[in-house]
Unconditional design. Sequence first.
Length: 320
Amino acid sequence: MKFPHLFLSNLPKEQKEFLNLLELTAKVHGETKNPMGKENVPIWDEDFFHVKKSETWKSLSAEARNSILVSLSQKILQEAYFIECAGMAYAGKMNLAAKNKEEREFYCFVGEEEAKHLRMVESLANFSTSLESIPSFSLLIGEIIQEAQRTSHLLLIQILLEGWGLNYYKTLAKTAKDENVAKTFKNIVKDEIRHHSAGVILFTNHKNGMSDKEVDEFMGYFERISFMVKVGPYSICEEVFRQFENPSVEQLKQFLIETNAVVVTSGKMELLGQLIAKSLPDEVLERVKAKGYLTPMSLEEMTSALSQSIPGIFELAPNR
């Protein structure tokens, strides 16, 4: 594992004494668990994934559609789980990098809240927490936490990604078909609002601007985040086209049209721009725009990027 200090394996169950102390400590700190009502039932439906009107989607059997929705729901929970794992590590790193008592105090509270979030998501169960199945977006967050400097931490983690998470988790809570899942994300959002606000305040108080090295580091990571957003509905395309034998790139393009993928993704890119525009120095923001990092992909570009990015589905027949 590339980031062993961020995504750790579980303690063996034989270590009962420590595990008992952990459970006791969690209860002392007001742990909340909200197990899902039913397993193997989709938590987010066709409307959430924008597939309800798609003819490609309708051509699949009811069983296949249900299986895909269950799998996608599990992937959402899985990603949330690993992001909260990274959040605990982030709080610890920012604690050590704190410039005063108040910052350290704040990040101690953040660490406690991230631990609560992790256990809340984990209690939902029914998804893989194997270190071999960490989503690529979570891995990128882990890389930023472990390798980037304080300026990138504030800009990318607390301002950009916490802000992104706020909007995303609100949507997850609003659209979840399981009451306890909705409750979990609503509770997490209450804490993340403060985390995001603190990032904005601390970066605003960063009086010396950004050095060339800080700008270059930020630009490198932001380019990768931007691509992960602008490439479009990767997971749903992967799940759907694994159901077809030798699907063509034209079929993928048609599916993107049917699901309004370009418009939906353009909205996400707009949010990305809004989140960084309120804190990023003007000259850096202009560089971001000039590089095209906030420019959505066209239908042709998205089709090409997805067909090349999803492994083992379209690569054998790129010209069909």
